[in-house]
Design a protein around this ligand. Sequence first.
Ligand code: F6R
Length: 618
Amino acid sequence: MCGIIGYVGDKQAAPFLLAGLKRLEYRGYDSSGIGIVDARTKSFDVRKINGKIANLENLIHSQPLCESSTGISHTRWATHGAPTRINAHPHVDTRKNILVVHNGIIENYESLREKLQSRGHRFVSQTDTEVVAQLIGEYYHPSRSSAKPEDLLAAVRKAVKQLKGAFALGVIAADQPGVLVAARVGSPLIIGLGRGEQFIASDVPAIFQHTKKIIYLKDGQMALLTPQCVQVSSFDGHKVQPKVDTVNLQIDAVQKQGFAHFMLKEIHEQPQVLKQMFQSRVKHGAVVLSGIHLTDQQLKNIKRILIVACGTAYHAGMVGKYIIESLANVPVSVDVSSEFRYRNPIIHQNDLVIAISQSGETADTLAAVKEAKARGAKILAICNVVGSSLAREADAILYTHAGPEIGVASTKAYTAQLYMLYLLSLKLGMARKQLNPQLGRKLLKGLKHIPVLYAKILSEKGSIAHIARANSHFGSFLFLGRNINYPSALEGALKLKEISYIPAEGYAAGEMKHGPIALIDEYRAVVCIAPESDTYEKMISNIQEIRSRKGKVIAIATDGDTTIKRHAPHVIYIPQTEKLLTPLLVALPLQLVAYYISVKRGCDVDQPRNLAKSVTVE
Ligand code: F6R
């Protein structure tokens, strides 16, 4: 959601910014823009446009930008105001001294706008961001002959103190080539340190080819960047000695590597991701979760677990409830993060809150975590992105290390979250002496074998593609599952709707007769998740109820199940595994069905409309 990149250095800024914007495309956006400082005229040269980055590239090709080594750029995901050229970033103040890019939401923008208008500022866009440019512009008026970097820093400092909400900002001044100011509250922003050049960005993939040295700016911090140095300070003006991290991202991780889409590549990466998780987390038959920072005694003392997450991560949390309760005998509640925060949650001593998030930047989950912390909870995060806001906010962290997920639809991050929840449940069950050691060993063996089973499913993906294409014309889908695969049904529906725009609902199969059955007719496709399980017979009854109402059934069943063929015209088989582990296997055909339907319908698989990879606004 909104991507920022900025540059000060000794090279041309525009090509760098354009290339960086392309690396941030995965975050989701609907317009983009670049603004640079023309050192000769002490003015800005700006290009903005709605739609894809390719449009911006074409615009710059037909109307080249001037030479400059100072600039900021942005991909905008519209919140305040339609995705038009005028509303695209960067935004300039009335006197055309200040240029700003912003990620987040300024909650008090209306009152600020009124005050600024009454003082003569003229607004041209509908955005909240424009107030930031105007506000900084109001405080920035050095005489043109003596403008100093500190003047811009001071103006930004005065402005940010008045802003409420979440923001990551990149700011440049027309009369100060070679100076860039950044500030952050709530929205992610990193600084890249180079030799004779410095960068700001929303995320590592935008700049990792230019530097591996990164500062993760913290909430309430700002930075002054010049080609030679970076100074970090608090909003109060105190100097800060920032921690410099070294990132270890390989170029392969952010390229399609011959796959048609990132989503397909990431689906194929799953066996390797899970294999690595097993190898690094299971030693001599025991689960080792070093990041958990809890002793066996503390794990024993846990009375209740509260899971908070959004979207796909929430579905992983729902599976987590089934497995933690059955293996560790701890009651678990699962909340959508945006609801948790406002429901006055009750938190007792010895409750553990687990926050699950791929990006670690989801504003709703961060807000839920802050709420839980304020109520005295200990937070354990399950997160993919190292150094993210969630990782810093949590008391303990379990990284899934699934590598960058570029496709907007979560695939490998989801199965890595599930896998981590299995490992955590086993660890909890063993530490609390609630888990039969024989069952523990069987499940560990099953988990070890999952990557091999994934490879088998992937080798048969042609038949899944065939079934998906044969059903891609349906105007709506229902996904049904029971027990531990009820969340799988929700996830299957989410995956399909987000990348193919087909209305799809997930339901607990037992609930079908309480309402959704009214929808069943020959125009409705129903995906019935029916692996070997204690509720298998009940699923078969559901399938019959659907068939007798002419619904089109696509079943997901276990290898060797010949009965199901009599009831369902399309069957996708998954290999045999422990019943408790089936959500891990079911996930794969659900991802592939969504993928092939999306491709068949000509949708933008990796960047579906209206969606953002990292949802940094509440
Ligand atoms: C769906 C999807 C979203 C995310 C959700 C939470 O495919 O990707 O539903 O799961 O926005 O994101 P994270 O995990 O980054 O907190």
